[in-house]
Design a protein around this ligand. Structure first.
Ligand code: ADP
Ligand code: ZN
Ligand code: ZN
Length: 716
């Protein structure tokens, strides 16, 4: 009888790992670090990750519990993956198990192995022989849902790639630098919209895969044919961008194993994709931020497309930055990481300016005759809008309709109108649970709070005075859509926003119809602004971006600038219009002379970023300052503030600034009052050291207040 003490990480809020006793027969192997095990925890059973072996335990013999099962059919998670999770747990001040387990597909964390074994079988990995107890259930399962294992014979040379366009000089140089990088190489691929960054990723990936395949062949060692010689991780900001890029990748690498990983996948699919990555079979993994925590034993290149995008930041639970973890991962593995953007985040830009990241530039659009669009501002004081559209914009749309080209209207506000109001008594549609308005959704005849999801029927009359003439104020995408139908009754108008694409797969159907040219005018939120390559689109209209100019959030102008450059980048990507003109962008504004719009008109990211960085440096904001935000939520604001005051007084350290607790800008959400406390330090290691000590004390405080810490917060 073999026996040992295992340290196991479990998905619990407790900042510790747990000791369990493993007892096995003599012929059974002791579970290794990285293996999944089933253990009793409290009154339930749960799956955990073995993170170490202990010589002894503080638990007494009658307290220590036994491991129930070992998932021996699954190869252990690698030391690199464990180190990645360890780093994230440490850096973001979360328990190790809370980093490791939620990122695994549900089927790996399940107490039964039916789905896991099925997925392994589908990938050609036969599961370990079933134990007697489970044999019956398993046989039934196989009859029910059998999937063919992958064919064993290799049909074509996997490194035979699809046709690629010849690269321009700048693209070629970028590909060479990426492909020839040795060791850790953080590379900023700074390329204007439409400059062909995707092509750079594809050809760099091809070069790295080919080289790895050759190197493997040269060793002459036998390897399983399905084992990828190298793995490439490509991160994209939005789920709805994955199918487009996935299509491009599959066409280019027809014989390679390409999988995608994002939250929109069904569990079975997600399990198979994750396992294909973990087993080293997937050559290319395309995913959203969560894919950064996937297990990739042969990882040789990480690409982060649109690296500036806010969606790389997880905003709940483990509030990680997938971009930052990607750079850490590349550093740890000694491989290149490519951060691609036309408007890099100021953090990344600052790294490049300081020489820590190497900058690769694509200054021109790639396609034949394609040039950057002409950006103009339309002064809404002079050209008064009708249905939100100025006559200039209406005229420009009309011209596109005549030419058979497409127009895109960008308005970052969904719903019909942001507020419903009564002229007679001044009533407005406040959410009763939040510091927010309830938004009018006309097609659904509902008022909806976008913060707490409260829904009400649109009242027939004013709840206070009975007035039946309630007015929607302002304009969301639904209202613009209605206006477009009225102004251009003959045009095919399509709205794409979170409401119109609620059903699974519907966003893809909508984008496909734009690609097929079945849409004349597209109206949408930031969902339509990013990444897409609509060939017939030559006009972009931006409606009402002014509010962001005066936001309290110091990042608002960085974001607005990036958003405008992105959406502008959708125009004229494939070449010139029928009449020989380039793409056109019209920004409707009341502040036509604002420096931000002026910079967009000049396509001057460098200049604008320089100005913003100077401002940040003077004001001691990131990236010149490191921050952490302690948030507190309670029924009463005083409780939340009180807790934060207590926290603020707990610990002092040199170079650490603890600001006064303040209510959050949106103080009340879903009847909970929220406050925050900002901690700042010019040194990242000093901040990390402080946080570690501080949180250890904070965790001992007995309180009803719910609190959480965010390191490197983006919304403050
Ligand atoms: P980005 O991601 O930089 O905005 P894309 O990668 O979407 O740009 O490329 C924009 C367009 O240019 C695409 O239609 C792409 O097929 C085309 N393209 C890219 N590289 C080349 C090239 N070397 N020659 C011709 N067309 C190219
Ligand atoms: Zn009223
Ligand atoms: Zn609400």
């Amino acid at each position: 009888m073999e026996q040992c003490i295992l340290q196991v990480a479990l998905d619990t809020p407790l900042h510790t790992v747990f000791d369990y006793c493993w007892r096995g027969r003599e012929d059974e192997a002791i579970p290794v670090v990285g293996q999944l095990v089933v253990v009793p925890f409290g009154r339930r059973e749960t799956v955990g990750v073995v993170v170490g072996h202990a010589a002894g335990t503080e638990l007494s013999a009658d307290k220590i519990k036994d491991v129930i099962a070992v998932r021996s059919q699954l190869p252990p998670l690698s030391a690199h993956w464990l180190a990645l999770c360890g780093f994230a747990a440490d850096y973001y001040q979360r328990p190790l198990g809370e980093v490791m387990l939620p990122g695994l597909p549900k089927n790996l964390r399940a107490l039964t192995t039916v789905a896991l074994d099925k997925a392994l079988k589908a990938l050609g990995r036969m599961a370990a022989p079933p134990t007697k107890r489970k044999a019956k259930a398993k046989a039934a399962d196989i009859v029910q849902a059998d999937e063919p294992a992958q064919p064993a014979e290799v049909l074509a040379d996997p490194m035979q790639f699809g046709a690629a366009p010849p690269l321009n000089a700048a693209q070629q140089q970028a590909v060479d630098v990426i492909a020839q990088a040795e060791g850790f190489a953080p590379l900023l691929l700074y390329g204007v919209t439409g400059s062909g960054k995707t092509e750079v990723y594809l050809q760099a990936a091809a070069a790295i895969l080919k080289r790895a395949a050759d190197a493997r062949a040269a060793t002459g060692e036998p390897v399983a044919p399905e084992e990828a010689p190298a793995q490439i991780l490509v991160l994209v900001p939005e789920i709805n961008l994955t199918p487009q890029l996935e299509g491009n990748i599959r066409a280019r690498f027809p014989h390679l194993n390409v999988v995608s990983l994002h939250s929109g996948l069904a569990e079975g699919e997600r399990t198979r994709s994750w396992l294909a990555a973990h087993l080293g079979q997937a050559h290319i993994v395309l995913g959203t931020r969560l894919a950064i925590l996937s297990s990739l034993p042969h990882l040789k290149l990480i690409v982060i497309d649109e690296e500036h995008d806010p969606s790389y930041k997880q905003q709940e639970g483990l509030r990680y930055s997938a971009r930052d973890l990607a750079v850490w991962r590349a550093h740890q593995l000694g491989i290149p990481v490519v951060l691609g953007s036309a408007t890099p985040s100021l953090e990344t830009w600052q790294h490049a300016q300081a020489g820590r990241y190497r900058r690769l530039e694509l200054r021109q659009r790639a396609a034949q005759q394609a040039v950057l669009p002409k950006v103009k501002v339309v002064d809404m004081e002079r050209d008064k809008p009708q249905d939100g559209l100025t006559s200039t914009l209406i005229g420009a749309i009309r011209k596109r309709l005549e030419n058979g080209e497409q127009s895109l209207l960008f308005l970052n506000r969904r719903g019909y109108a942001p507020v419903l109001a009564c002229d007679a008594c001044g009533w407005i549609s406040n959410c009763m649970r939040c510091d927010a308005f309830m938004v009018v959704h006309r097609p659904e005849r509902r008022l909806r709070c976008h913060h707490c999801s409260l829904e009400l029927h649109i009242p027939k009359s004013c709840p206070t005075c009975g007035n039946i003439d309630l007015q929607p104020l302002g304009r969301g995408t639904q209202r613009v859509e209605e206006g477009l139908h009225a102004i251009f009754p003959e045009a095919r108008v399509l709205r794409i926003d979170a409401d119109s694409t609620r059903l699974k797969g519907s966003a893809q159907i909508a984008f496909d119809s734009v690609h097929r040219g079945e849409v004349d005018i597209l109206i949408g939120t930031q969902m339509v602004a990013k990444g897409h390559d609509f060939k017939k689109l030559t006009l972009v209209g931006v409606m009402n971006p002014d509010t962001a100019l005066f936001s309290h959030d110091y990042r608002a102008s960085e974001r607005l600038f990036a958003q405008l450059m992105q959406v502008a980048g959708r125009a004229g990507r494939a070449g010139l219009s029928a009449d020989g003109s380039s793409g056109e962008v019209l920004i409707q504004t009341r502040y036509p002379h604002h420096p931000l719009y002026q910079a967009v008109m000049r396509h001057d990211y460098d200049g604008f970023a320089g100005t913003l960085l100077e401002e940040r440096q003077q004001a001691c904001f990131p990236p010149f300052m490191y921050q952490a935000l302690l948030r507190a939520e309670a029924r009463e604001l005083e409780q939340a503030i009180g807790f934060l005051q207590e926290a603020a007084a707990m610990l002092e350290a040199p170079a650490i600034t603890i600001n006064a607790p303040i209510p959050m800008t949106m103080m009340r959400v879903a009847n909970v009052e929220r406050a925050q406390l900002l901690v700042e330090c010019p040194s990242r290691p000093a901040l990390q050291a402080f946080l570690k000590e501080w949180l250890a004390e904070l965790r001992l405080v007995k309180t009803r207040v719910r609190w959480s810490l965010e390191v490197d917060p983006v919304d403050i």
